[in-house]
Design a binder for this molecule. Structure first.
Ligand code: CO8
Length: 260
């Protein structure tokens, strides 16, 4: 698959997707959104893929937002369509059947912060800066930021970030729960791959079910969420991977999951 704005490197069961528009600090233009969408759509049923890492090219930015030049040329219809395409991408990442890790190697602003919010984990380098600066441009977040940020860091912190447009550094982002871990820049990708490979070694069916249940469970009440877990538990227990995992424990060996 030939892409212009992203690179995909497969390392076993892990795919590393690098957004590469370094001159524009990896800003998400329409073409990049479309290429990312194509990547996720075409790998939706790839059973050999167990984890995805998304990062930005160069030492300075993960993604500095939606492409401001493109935004400035949109009319109402164009803005709605652009927002819809971005929201659809974020949903695809959130619902992707295997975990997606954001390796935040610098600025993650606006649409870049929203991209990271749609991922399952956010690992940041010490030089990372995150924020939703849209208000400074006279606009609002359009790729899910008003919704996912509040769910992650709480109503107050989300309002502070979105109303002021201020950036937070990696340390503060970690303190408020916006990122999960912070590493020196030269260790970020190794740490992201370490986590990705650990996840990739687990049973992919159980992993997909766990991801979906946590995501869906947060949108329903506790009782309905537990009901969802009950139904899925039975389905997962009936898989060959479950039999292998339980058997391997009793035989004191490492399980070999096949995704069946
Ligand atoms: N879009 C396009 N180009 C960008 C962007 C961007 N978001 N960010 C940086 N660039 C470009 C700059 O224009 C510059 O290009 P050039 O060299 O040709 O002038 C180059 O990248 C380097 O940037 P700077 O010279 O500005 O680098 P600095 O180190 O001085 O500053 C900053 C780095 C602080 C990151 C600064 O570039 C900045 O503030 N960027 C904009 C950040 C921002 O406001 N992001 C939010 C954008 S809006 C958004 O994301 C909305 C999402 C929802 C959209 C919904 C669709 C309808």
């Amino acid at each position: 698959m030939d892409f212009k704005n992203i690179h995909v490197k497969r390392e076993g069961a892990v795919a590393v997707v690098t957004i590469d528009r370094e001159k524009a600090l990896n800003a998400l233009n329409a073409e990049t959104i479309a290429e990312l969408q194509q990547f996720f759509r075409s790998h939706w049923t790839d059973r050999e893929l167990h984890c995805v890492v998304i990062t930005g090219a160069g030492p300075k930015a993960f993604v500095a937002g939606a492409d401001i030049k493109e935004l400035s040329e949109l009319d109402v219809r164009g803005a709605t369509d652009t927002s819809m395409r971005g929201l659809y991408l974020m949903k695809s990442i959130e619902n992707f059947p295997c975990p997606v890790i954001a390796a935040i190697n610098g600025f993650a602003l606006g649409g870049g912060c929203e991209l990271a919010l749609a991922c399952d984990f956010r690992l940041a380098s010490e030089n990372a800066k995150l924020g939703q600066p849209e208000i400074n441009l006279g606009i609002i977040p359009g790729y899910g930021g008003t919704q996912r940020l509040a769910r992650l860091v709480g109503r107050g912190k989300a309002k502070e970030l979105i109303f002021t447009g201020d950036m937070v550094d990696a340390k503060e982002a970690h303190r408020i729960g916006l990122v999960d871990e912070v590493y020196p820049g030269d260790q970020l990708m190794d740490k992201a791959m370490e986590l990705a490979n650990k996840i990739a070694a687990k049973g992919p069916i159980a992993m997909a079910a766990a991801k979906e249940l946590i995501n869906r469970g947060l949108d329903v009440n506790l009782s309905a969420g537990c009901d969802l877990e009950k139904v899925n538990f039975g389905t997962v227990l009936a898989t060959a991977d479950s039999k292998e995992g339980l058997k391997a424990f009793m035989e004191k060996r490492k399980p070999e999951f096949k995704g069946e």
